[in-house]
Design a protein around this ligand. Structure first.
Ligand code: SAM
Length: 287
């Protein structure tokens, strides 16, 4: 049995197995049992619940979830870790392993999409993976993820703050964002130089699904030059999505209906306003 709490123990295990750590895969093991427990607690799962786990590594969180009676589908890219995970968990009730890059493999597994996701996410794929799920209409009832503190700040940012970005709007349009504890480098082996943070995301039921074909490109366009006014930012966007009509003839009345001043900037709009804007532009014929 692996001692997941000991940096020295994990180092020795990796050496004994001839397994290297790969920086490009963002490999840092969570060696703090208290933090592991709190993250699993935040998922609020029970016996038999289906959980997707991204990046199980050596299986510390996997064990935590299986011990709680969850059924775990784990997505891991590192062939060395995959071999070890198979040794440890094969035959354990409810455990399945999906080998390869989760950015590609999750779609094949999407037919069995679980209601819960947990992941101490590799820093280089965290934002892309979460954005892919949302933009492709794959929603979880609840996710608990660990990301770099800066990413957590962007996820939870409110209008008007410097951290408010298209990613904040994307995440906030689908999920209620609850920041959990900040996790210092000492809780990981090897210790990263930057702090991480746990984040709990609960699927929103109070907001309709925004028009995906318009909402996401609109939000990205509006934040692409965040200092530009909404009117200036959206003119070419509108004209590229409409035929035979002057863009301002559509844009100005729609902004007025939404109660948005043309000189306003995207960084001050609430998520609900972005959704309303996309909805009304769509109603007015934008594709
Ligand atoms: N869950 C373990 C823990 O908390 O101790 C390890 C987390 S470590 C930060 C990230 C894990 O994600 C590593 O096991 C790494 O190999 C894996 N990983 C990195 N990129 C991946 C990808 N594109 N697809 C699947 N797994 C990936």
């Amino acid at each position: 049995m692996i001692n997941y709490d000991s940096a020295a123990g994990l180092r020795a295990l990796l050496e004994e197995r001839g397994l290297g750590m790969r920086k490009k895969f963002g490999q840092n093991f969570l060696i703090n049992p208290g933090v592991r427990k709190r993250l699993a607690d935040a998922l609020e799962i029970g016996e038999g619940d289906e959980v997707w786990e991204v990046g199980p590594g050596l299986g510390a969180m996997t064990k935590e979830l299986l011990d709680r009676g969850a059924r775990v589908r784990a997505f891991e890219i590192d062939p060395g870790f995959i071999g070890l995970l198979k040794e440890i968990f094969t035959g354990r009730e409810g455990f399945t392993l999906v080998e390869g890059d989760v950015l590609k493999t999750w779609r094949q597994a999407a037919g069995s999409l679980a209601p819960y996701l947990l992941g101490n996410l590799p820093y280089n794929i965290a934002s892309v993976l979460l954005a892919n799920f949302i933009e492709e209409g794959r929603f979880f009832r609840r996710m608990v993820v660990t990301v770099q503190k800066e990413v957590a700040r962007r996820m939870a940012a409110k209008p008007g703050s410097g951290d408010y970005s298209s990613f904040s709007v994307l995440i906030g349009s689908a999920y209620k964002v609850s920041p959990l504890m900040v996790i210092g480098g000492a809780s990981f082996y090897p210790a990263p130089r930057v702090d991480s943070q746990g984040i709990r995301l609960d699927l929103r039921t109070d907001i309709g699904n925004p028009r995906p074909t318009l909402f996401y490109p609109l939000v990205r366009q509006l934040f692409s030059s965040r200092r530009k006014t909404i009117k200036n930012n959206l003119q070419s966007f509108v004209s590229s999505r409409i035929i035979n009509r002057a863009p301002l003839d559509i844009l100005l009345p729609v902004l007025e209906q939404c109660g948005i001043k043309p000189e306003e900037r995207a960084e001050n709009l609430t998520i609900e306003k972005f959704a309303e804007l996309a909805e009304r532009l769509g109603d007015d014929g934008l594709f």
